[in-house]
Every structure is written in structure tokens, then in C-alpha cells.
Design a protein. Structure first.
Length: 200
């Protein structure tokens, strides 16, 4: 069951407004806040002990992930990034070892693994999924970008993985989001100011 028309309009308006505010961050703000978020991410014990982690390759004004990915790789952590399959709205996890050589422009121009240079990984091996998003709330609710790719992946492919959202404080909604039945909750949200854990 989908949200009614009023909820759908509210979701789209909220997503649009928050993303516009995020796009207004300066390059310096983006980098400084992302460094704070990376530092907080490593303070999460369950994340810090993972051996296989799925990240997203940051795009435009998203929380920047290249430095966090590089730190994981340097520490011997296996890093996978998603390859989007628009026809089925699926994410396929591929192991990457070199961000400069293993990625290529993918869906909507987002950097994605080059299947010719990388290896497909079983989703069951992923211990934590670091997810992007447009808007988050204080109960672990998340609005993505509208495609449902991550919701589908988390629900069907990696249901046992820890779900960690990365966001700037301005992406936190003061009230509960108007979620649809397919929207997946996260376990933890990291911003430049705090780390919030949610009930399972």
C-alpha cells in the first residue's frame, strides 16, 4: 500500500526542500562536516570491527565517503560499492580496491563499480551497509531519493546487516517522516554533531 496523494506530495516537497538546503553547503562546509562524520563513524564499535562493509560513492552534496573508504581499505576491510540496475531497481554489490581505477560513471552519473575490474560479492557477507538519504527522522526513518533501491536491497538482500545512515544535521526532520510500507528503518544515524542509535 502506497502513501495517499497528500503523503506523497509531502514526501516529495520535504525531499526537495532538504536536498536544496544540502546543496547550499559550501565546499568547505561539506568537507569539514564530512570529516566530523567520518570520525564519529569509527567510534561505532560494531562498525569498527566489521570485515566487509558496503559504502556508497558520494555524489554532489552527499556526505563525502572517499576518505572513509580509503581508511577501510588501508585497514584491510573489504569494501563493496553498489552497482545500480535501473530496470529492476536492484543494487549489486561489487568489491572495490582502488577508487581511482575501479569506478566509472553509472546510473544518473553516480560513480559505480566497473564490473570489468571488480568482483561481485554475496550480500550475505556484508556486515554493515552505509546508506545515503535525503531526509531522516529521530526513530530511524529514512527517505531516499525516490527509487527504492536501498530499501529493496536492505529488505531482501542484506536483512541482517547493520544499517548506518550518514547525513548532515540539516537533513534531520523534527517530526516523524511520512513513510511508506516499503521504507526501511536504519539502526544508526551519524551526523557532524551526534550519533543516534535506534531500537532494533
Amino acid at each position: 500500500m502506497l502513501p495517499d496523494d497528500g503523503q506523497r506530495v509531502n514526501r516529495e516537497r520535504l525531499r526537495r526542500e532538504v536536498l536544496a538546503a544540502r546543496d547550499n553547503l559550501s565546499r568547505q562546509e561539506l568537507e569539514e562536516k564530512s570529516r566530523e562524520i567520518k570520525a564519529r563513524l569509527w567510534q561505532i564499535e560494531q562498525f569498527a570491527t566489521c570485515r566487509t562493509v558496503m559504502f556508497y560513492a558520494s555524489f554532489r552534496s552527499e556526505v563525502q565517503t572517499a576518505s572513509a573508504i580509503a581508511s577501510c581499505l588501508a585497514g584491510g576491510v573489504r569494501v563493496v560499492l553498489p552497482l545500480s540496475v535501473p530496470g529492476s531497481r536492484q543494487l549489486l554489490p561489487y568489491q572495490v580496491e582502488d577508487l581511482d581505477h575501479d569506478l566509472q560513471p553509472g546510473y544518473c552519473g553516480i560513480p559505480e563499480p566497473d564490473p570489468a575490474r571488480t568482483r561481485l560479492v554475496s550480500p550475505s557477507q556484508i556486515e554493515a551497509v552505509v546508506v545515503p538519504g535525503a531526509v531522516f527522522d529521530f526513530r530511524g526513518g529514512r527517505l531516499g531519493y525516490g527509487g527504492g533501491y536501498y530499501d529493496r536491497f536492505l529488505a531482501l538482500e542484506a536483512p541482517g546487516a547493520m544499517r548506518i545512515g550518514l547525513a548532515f544535521e540539516l537533513q534531520l526532520a523534527p517530526a516523524n517522516l511520512p513513510l511508506a510500507p516499503h521504507d526501511q528503518f536504519i539502526h544508526c544515524l551519524v551526523t557532524e554533531e551526534r550519533t543516534i542509535f535506534f531500537p532494533a
